[in-house]
Design a protein around this ligand. Structure first.
Ligand code: GLN
Length: 475
């Protein structure tokens, strides 16, 4: 096995026993990127010099002390909407093409403190809007399992980099499925944490009431390690909460675990092979002693409509800051007056999808339409949240597919936004309800990975990890 193929756990063991050094590990990862990324195109930018110098620093530290944590010296790739001081951060948009982050996101400070080696920034759909990376202003990332197919999105670069062994793990962000869906398309593990579990400070805001940063890894155990390192209350994000205590105190037993299968998620539109693989995974847990029952999430049918009102509304407010004055691309030298600077910079700086969503959101928030759209969607959101609350009185975890199909081909959905939005059908309600969910591989169809989604109640990450570990160990 080559070093870049190691999991976090394996690399940490090797580093601790001094069987390998962080410099060697990092060099091997860059060798792989140079070879494989010509085809996969997972990265927007790399920081080889910076990465090797932090790796060297960690190796020197390790020579003197033995108490380094589980992430020390291990390479990580970061989605390009998370700020890393001194590195470019474009959110895959022309409007921020040469923007350099002036400070670290809280998750980055935490990773740096843990000794992580940041290797570069990964491709994504522009401002995290999309499900395939085809909305990147620069290029699309390819699915390492089949280069004709999308890696999923919007964190497609992160998921593809992990799957192609171009990094040991990665961070992504998830507003409506952007960690889980690419993880499922690329056969890796991804967690969308409980809303507030991980600080959003330094994450470029897309839809602030839905956004969460989370890990993308090769194994469930690795996912837990990274989640433990990045979660926690942060005074720079007032929506963050302290989960640490709860997480440590929960004991998990697969025997008698109650699993709910929502009827609405195994209905028309679901590929029969995906359906079969997800059900087989659930059956495995049943054989280990878990109890499975059918449940109802009756408001699920409104989740997509609700999400595609709330998300663009928040997008239209959050993206107002890119005005051609404060950041990035500007047409101030071409324009006659201030209005022309705004209009020209935004028109040429943003791609079609952000423009579409800004317009939709401005409309749904405008006087006269606010009550009919935004306010109504907020009420539906509460009903969706209550669906989950009720369900979690009957069951401990809920299991569903992540996506109705395996990875689709380039061009298949990009010209029809509604078709693309429909592929988020099983993931968006989780963000609306603020609950955590993990995507893990549960088999393949014609060589393409399929993901299982394990959803927990708010702050239910321990249950999710317990369940996922049990399944991984028995697969
Ligand atoms: N695909 C969804 C969208 O386009 C989710 C995006 C995300 O989670 N960032 O909005």
């Amino acid at each position: 096995m080559r070093l870049n193929e190691l999991t976090i756990a394996q690399a940490a063991r090797g580093l601790k026993r001094k069987e390998l050094s962080s410099v060697e590990l990092t060099q091997t990862v860059f060798e792989q990127i140079k070879k494989r990324d010509l085809k996969v195109k997972a990265f927007l930018s790399l920081d080889e010099k910076g990465a090797l110098s932090s790796a060297k620093e960690i190796d020197e530290k390790r020579a003197h002390e033995d108490i380094l944590g589980g992430l020390a010296g291990i390479p990580v790739a970061i989605k390009d909407n998370i700020l890393v001081r001194g590195l470019k951060c474009s959110a895959a948009s022309k409007i921020l093409e040469n923007y350099v982050a002036p400070y670290d996101a809280t998750v980055i400070s935490k990773l740096k403190e843990a000794g992580a080696v940041i290797i570069g920034k990964t491709n994504m759909d522009e401002f995290a809007m999309g499900s395939s990376t085809e909305n990147s202003a620069f290029f699309a990332t390819k699915n390492p399992y089949d280069l004709q197919r999308v890696p999923g999105g919007s964190s497609g670069g992160s998921a593809a980099a992990v799957a192609a062994n171009e990094t040991i793990y990665a961070l992504g962000s998830d507003t409506g499925g952007s960690i889980r869906q690419p993880a499922s398309f690329c056969g890796v593990v991804g967690l969308k944490p409980t809303y507030g579990a991980v600080s959003r400070f330094g994450l470029m805001a897309m839809a602030s009431s839905l956004d969460q940063i989370g890990p993308i890894t090769k194994t469930v155990g690795d996912c837990q390690t990274v989640f433990d390192a990045i979660n926690g209350k942060d005074k720079l994000d007032s929506t963050s909460v302290d989960l640490k205590k709860e997480i440590r105190n929960t004991k998990f037993e697969i025997k008698n675990l109650r699993i709910g299968m929502p009827k609405e998620y195994f209905a028309q539109g679901l590929d029969e092979h995906v359906d079969k693989l997800v059900k087989e995974a659930i059956k495995k847990l049943e054989n280990l002693g878990a109890r499975v029952k059918e449940i109802n999430l009756p408001y699920s049918e409104y989740a997509l409509a609700c999400y595609y009102i709330i998300m663009p509304s928040e997008v239209s407010a959050n993206l107002a800051r890119y005005d051609g004055i404060k950041y990035g691309y500007s047409e101030f030298d071409k324009a006659g007056d201030l209005m022309e600077v705004y209009l020209g910079s935004r028109h040429h700086g943003f791609g079609a999808e952000p423009r579409r969503r800004i317009m939709l959101g401005t409309y749904t928030l405008s006087a006269g339409y606010y009550d009919a759209y935004y306010l109504k969607a907020q009420k539906v959101r509460t009903l969706i949240e209550q669906d989950f609350e009720k369900a979690f009185k009957e069951v401990d975890v809920i299991m569903t597919p992540v996506s109705p199909t395996p990875a689709f081909k380039f061009g298949e959905k990009i010209d029809d936004p509604l078709k693309m939005y429909l592929s988020d059908i099983y993931t968006v309600s989780i963000n609306l309800a603020g609950v955590p969910a993990l995507s893990m591989p549960c088999g393949r169809v014609d060589g393409l990975p399929v993901g299982l989604q394990i959803v927990g109640p708010q702050m239910g990450e321990p249950l999710i990890f317990g369940t996922a570990l049990a399944l991984e160990q028995n697969s």
